[in-house]
Design a protein around this ligand. Structure first.
Ligand code: CMP
Length: 146
């Protein structure tokens, strides 16, 4: 079904100048950009966004990293958008990500893995994350010819 999904270029991607590459790949695939925000995540948002990992041993590293510099948060729309983006991102651990995927091409480190996308195996995760980062009026409705 047509749906929206949340995607974020993480601080390592911003520092390394990979925002354009990430946007370009998703755009060319045919998904439609409906929201985008260049921002720095504060502690509270980091804890909300990564709440499911609060008991994990890497939680502090994760929140420290994600708040360490600006991120580019995005909302993309299209057929099966959440799963499509996950496929393009590759495995969470870049060491397992296939070449040709975003992580497989640009990352090696599990923590600094360049991009976040909503989990397609967690129903509602996409809309929950969109809500956390965007007000509804920041998401634009327009025709894209693809
Ligand atoms: P992400 O898709 O943003 O969701 C949770 C993140 O936690 C994940 O990407 C990884 O970057 C990070 N992560 C998962 N496991 C570990 C780990 N063992 N050590 C450090 N970071 C991790």
């Amino acid at each position: 079904a047509r749906e929206r999904t949340f995607v974020m270029a993480k601080p390592d991607a911003v520092q390394r100048g990979l925002i354009g590459e990430i946007v370009s790949r998703i755009e060319e695939r045919g998904l439609k950009l409906v929201g985008g925000k260049f921002m720095q995540i504060d502690d509270e948002l980091a804890r909300d966004h990564y709440g499911e990992h609060v008991d994990k041993p890497f939680f502090d590293d994760l929140t420290t990293f994600i708040t360490s510099g600006p991120v580019f948060a995005m909302v993309w729309e299209g057929q099966d958008a959440t799963r499509q983006v996950r496929q393009m991102m590759g495995e969470t651990d870049p060491a397992d990500a296939a070449p040709g995927t975003i992580r497989g091409d640009y990352a090696l480190d599990l923590g600094r893995n360049v991009i976040h996308g909503s989990d397609h195996e967690d129903p509602g995760a996409n809309e929950r994350e969109i809500d956390l980062f965007f007000d509804e009026e920041e998401l634009l409705d327009y025709e894209r010819i693809d």
